[in-house]
Design a protein around this ligand. Structure first.
Ligand code: DX5
Ligand code: ZN
Length: 218
């Protein structure tokens, strides 16, 4: 199995101390930093615009894993790329042309992710697998931290893991929503190799480093 990477979601950090919260991730064992961008339209919540991201970019050298929950997504991609995103993930429902949106992200020199909501079938992205770097499987309906993990999405994780293997593709499978010490091993077993976690890492039992270490355990 691939090495497991952890991408803490700063949606659950203390926003009054956002800079130092991000600095805490620097030597914590985190592999990426997950930034949930919400527009109050594609999802019923509002979060970070590009100016916030360009400010926090100075607090860490870890790759910024930017999860765009905004629609229409394309016209904002360049702004998020300029702000410091390394991976840009969008939802297929947020564009009228998946192929073109992939091209816009690539033309900014960034890695491409596509995210599937719990109800979005795998078939929506099957034609694009050769062109993307990451599949983000949502294990909750996007919009809020602290929701309950939906085990039914593990079937999609298994499906993509076996497809990646049989077609020898180079794609990460990331899972997002309700990942804790009980659900992380299920996601890893199904084939996820990047775990996003907000509540468990920032508000969990121990300090951030311990929580990250325990999430990685299989
Ligand atoms: C939900 C976001 C998640 C969320 C995860 O829309 O995409 O990244 O912050 O939070 P937890 O780990 O608390 O479920
Ligand atoms: Zn997310």
């Amino acid at each position: 199995m691939n090495q497991i990477k952890i991408s803490p979601s700063i949606l659950s950090c203390d926003f009054s101390e956002i800079g130092s919260e991000i600095e805490k991730l620097n030597n914590s064992g985190a592999d990426l930093i997950h930034i949930d961008v919400m527009d109050g339209h594609f999802v019923p919540n509002l979060t970070f615009g590009p100016p916030v991201i360009s400010k926090i970019r100075k607090c860490s050298k870890l790759p910024f894993d930017v999860h765009l929950m905004i629609s229409p997504v394309e016209k904002y991609i360049q702004d998020y790329a300029n702000a410091g995103a390394d991976i840009i993930t969008f939802h297929p429902e947020a564009t009228d042309n998946i192929q073109r949106t992939i091209g816009v992200i690539k033309s900014c020199g960034k890695k491409v992710g596509i995210s599937l909501n719990p109800e979005t079938p795998s078939t929506v992205i099957e034609n694009y697998l050769k062109e993307i770097d990451l599949i983000l499987i949502m294990s909750v309906n996007p919009g809020f931290a602290g929701q309950k993990f939906m085990p039914k999405v593990l079937e999609k994780v298994k499906f993509f893991r076996s497809k990646i293997k049989s077609e020898n593709l180079n794609i990460d499978i990331e899972i997002d929503g309700g990942i804790d010490f009980k659900t992380a091993p299920l996601a890893i077993k199904a084939g996820a190799n990047i775990l996003v976690s907000g509540t468990t890492i920032f508000k969990g039992e121990n300090n951030i480093s311990e929580n990250i270490k325990n999430l990685r355990k299989q």
